[in-house]
Design a protein around this ligand. Structure first.
Ligand code: PEP
Ligand code: MN
Length: 337
């Protein structure tokens, strides 16, 4: 349930309700909007049977939330969420691009890529330090050294950094080096990891699971938000279907659906979404046209030598072309690049 406060409700009145709900053992989440404040109430509402909340000063009305996800939905927060990290806004008019290799491989590779991306206006450097690979014999990542190299590239270029965490131990390391942690498709329902990322309050890119519905995905976000971390960027990265021509089927309908039912920003990863570098630019154009707030793109100085995901990685030249195409679509749909 949410408590919608009157537009002229005071901070004191909100605090009074918050204190009362907490005393009753309920979870309280406050969303301060431009027009009014909304209080999300989580827990067994039977404890409110003898408490006429609608009569309390400042309260406009009580609205039940019918969706299984509550804090991630629009009833709790009707305005779109804009996440701000060191001066970069995600979910605002300007498109955000997170780009870089699938895996951090060595100093030269990551530094060369970072300098190139920075010169093209990219805001975030991505790169995996811990790689959740399908085969245990594939390259598993440089682990903490990978995070360290990313942090060094960030210091050198001024880029922000996003990198995946696959466990509680990797999360503890990551927060020392990165601006945003990524929870990958394979860990979207690692509930313990979701909770801990929630407690850490670090911004997070939450990828959609390989075979997850939109409802399951938003419930994964709910786990993070319920711990008090609202800085979530959803990332559509394709789902499993019967189609084998592409690595996954990039579900771009998820973009307008998320915009309709959630306030969280959403980006699209056409690299994992298709598995083929030639499809990355066309699907990036489509993602921005569909209303995505940004893109996650795999870029490698020499894709044919990449230790992971070379076939879906752009080189510097093809990435340049992508940026030009995306800029055209962005301006056509009232966004900026
Ligand atoms: C990645 O971003 O490199 C990655 C492993 O992505 P996903 O979790 O979407 O497969
Ligand atoms: Mn990859």
């Amino acid at each position: 349930m949410v408590i919608v406060m009157k537009p002229d409700a005071t901070e004191e009145q909100v605090k009074q309700i918050e204190a009362l709900l907490k005393k009753l053992g309920l979870g309280v989440h406050i969303s301060v909007g431009t027009e009014r404040t909304i209080i999300g109430v989580i827990g067994d509402k039977r404890v409110l049977a003898d408490t006429p909340l609608e009569l309390m000063p400042g309260v406009d009305r009580l609205v039940p939330i019918v969706e299984s996800f509550k804090l991630a939905g629009k009833t709790f927060k009707p305005e779109p969420t804009v996440i701000r990290i060191k001066g970069v806004a995600i979910g605002d008019k300007k498109i955000v691009i997170m780009a870089g290799p699938c895996a951090v491989e060595n100093y030269d590779q990551i530094m060369q890529t970072a300098k190139f991306l920075k010169s093209r206006g990219v805001q975030f450097l991505r790169g995996g330090a811990y790689k959740p690979r399908t085969s245990p014999y594939s390259f598993q990542g440089l682990e903490e050294e990978g995070y360290r190299l990313l942090a060094e590239a960030a210091r050198e270029t001024g880029l922000l950094v996003v990198s995946e965490v696959i466990s509680l131990a990797s999360l503890e390391q990551a927060v020392k080096y990165v601006d945003v942690v990524q929870i990958g498709a394979r860990n979207m329902q690692n509930f313990q990891l979701l909770r801990e990322v929630g407690r850490m309050k670090i911004p997070v890119v939450l990828k959609r699971g390989l075979a997850s519905t939109i409802e399951e995905w938003l419930n994964a976000a709910e786990y993070i938000m319920n711990e008090g971390n609202y800085n979530i960027i959803l990332c559509e990265r394709g789902i499993r279907t019967f189609e084998t021509y592409t690595r996954n089927t990039l579900d771009l309908s998820a973009v307008p659906i998320i915009k309709d039912i959630s306030h969280l920003p959403i980006i699209v990863d056409p690299s994992h979404g298709t598995g083929k570098w030639k499809l990355v630019t066309p699907m990036s154009r489509a993602a921005i046209a569909a209303g995505a707030d940004g893109l996650m793109i795999e870029v490698h100085p020499e894709p044919k030598c990449a230790l992971s995901d070379g076939p879906q990685s752009l080189n510097f030249e093809t990435f340049d072309a992508l940026v030009q195409e995306v800029a055209k679509i962005a301006s056509a749909v009232g966004r900026e690049w």
